[in-house]
Design a protein around this ligand. Structure first.
Ligand code: ADP
Ligand code: TYD
Length: 212
């Protein structure tokens, strides 16, 4: 898949616990890259295409217990497949830089860890239906207590996952750090517990290094 893409195409994902600053930093990075003359597409998961946004509403709103853990994995993967087909791959084929708020690493963590160990199922389905990893993944790492306070202060409709609470977020933080070791080639860990400007300039430096 990658071999046929223009040299300027890059698929960059942001991961981290709720409230770690992903959307803030994606906006900052998009502005920075656009200023430098790059063609940038900002997108997010679950969602990022009309069909996937419909699935987002199914998984993030309403009674959380109406889906089994396995069905939830299927829904997130279905949303991802649509997003990949309709948004991500067309942008990469056009030589753009795609900045995506969460991708398959979030499924490996949230669906793979939170309701028992389902990582094997997540990985099998990913290989079968998605089969693509990002070129670069920025992990914004921070103490969950800080992230949770920030996330709850927003009071969005996605409270279902944010209501998981601090214990699960502590496991998620460690899980993301473990993933960063597992996929060390594409992961870069950024300390997110600093002011926005410092975090943004660290991320810009990492991405600059990948674009040369
Ligand atoms: P995420 O997308 O990872 O959930 P957001 O970017 O939405 O995180 O940030 C969560 C909240 O924390 C927002 O209200 C945002 O303005 C604030 N925030 C983001 N980065 C920082 C930072 N470095 N310092 C203080 N507050 C921040
Ligand atoms: P998001 O809108 O990124 O929330 P936040 O800005 O708070 O990080 O994601 C919504 C929730 O969806 C988030 O709690 C994580 C969850 N999620 C999964 O459980 N599995 C997935 O595959 C993805 C992409 C997200």
């Amino acid at each position: 898949m990658t071999a046929t893409l223009p040299a300027s195409a890059r698929f960059i994902t942001f991961e981290g616990i709720d409230g770690s600053g992903k959307s803030t930093q994606i906006k900052r990075l998009a502005a920075y890259l656009t200023d430098q003359g790059h063609d940038v597409v900002v997108t997010r998961e679950p969602g990022g295409s009309p069909g996937a946004e419909e699935i987002r509403a199914l998984v993030l709103q309403g009674d959380p217990d109406r889906w089994s853990a396995e069905t939830e994995i299927l829904l997130f993967t279905a949303a991802r497949r649509d997003h990949l087909e309709r948004t991500i791959l067309p942008a990469l084929r056009a030589g753009k830089i795609v900045l995506c708020d969460r991708f398959a690493d979030s499924t490996r963590m949230y669906q793979g860890l939170s309701r028992g160990n389902l990582r094997g199922i997540v990985d099998q389905l990913h290989e079968l239906m998605i089969g693509r990893e990002p070129d670069l993944t920025i992990l914004i790492d921070m103490d969950p207590a800080v992230g949770l306070t920030r996330a709850l202060s927003r009071q969005t409709l996605d409270e279902r996952f944010e209501a998981f609470g601090e214990d699960l977020q502590i496991d998620m933080r460690q899980g993301f750090l473990d993933l960063a070791k597992e996929f060390a080639q594409r992961f870069r860990v950024i300390d997110g517990a600093r002011d926005m400007d410092t975090v943004a300039s660290d991320i810009a430096a990492v991405v600059d290094g990948e674009l040369v």
